[in-house]
Design a protein around this ligand. Sequence first.
Ligand SMILES: O=C(O)CCC(=O)C(=O)O
Ligand SMILES: [Fe+2]
Length: 252
Amino acid sequence: MESAEGLNHFKVGLLPTVFYIPDFISDEDETMILDDIYKAPASKWKSLKNRRLQNWGGVVHEKGLLPQELPIWLTNITKKIYQETNLYPAPINHVLINEYRPNQGIMPHQDGPAYFPVVTILSLGSPVVMDFTPHSRLKSCPDQLTESFDDNDSNGASDVETHCPFSILLMPRSLLVFKDEAYSGYLHGISDNSLQCYEQAVNKIEVRNCLLETENPTVEVNCNHSCFERTNNRLSLTCRLVPKVHKHLFRR
Ligand SMILES: O=C(O)CCC(=O)C(=O)O
Ligand SMILES: [Fe+2]
């Protein structure tokens, strides 16, 4: 995948700006990145009520970034993402690493205004379902429409059809990319439940076999209900660009 055109191959769902790339990195790369994450000093972790996180790249303010150089192991992966997605106008300069226990998630939210409106999320460890919900100003999706999703021609999808909630199943080693309308018109979140259902996932067909066939020790799959039980931690790298960097502020 070497251009934005190549990325179109990975478009999922009705929105034109959501992409799911399975196996973006190898097993070996996943192991190495996990090692590097856990090699970081304990003080690098910040515990929140429902997850813990590491902040890399500097402090994000509403008006921009007070930068800190990314470590080499993060530069390696963000460079690959930057080059292969070809969506950022400059190299990724900020990475948030979230760690979720099996019963932890993240409240529906929209990412802040300081970021360029492209987000890439690399998933590690356990699979999880991410839910996208349109902002209330866009909620125009009658319930019955969700049932006829499969019959819709994605090229001709109207506003009403496109402003429906949807989910994406994120397998370990996959890269989720979303931008523009999916970034600013929708909230994204993960339920804080160890039981995750992917019945409504827009990439259900692509990932179903992957989930069922691999003897994945991180999940217990219930085939009949398109659900699985998380049994391991999930980690994610949320990679973004803060276009405005305060190079000389607060320097001693
Ligand atoms: O862990 C994830 O996949 C989502 C993280 C996220 O939305 C964020 O850090 O803003
Ligand atoms: Fe987010």
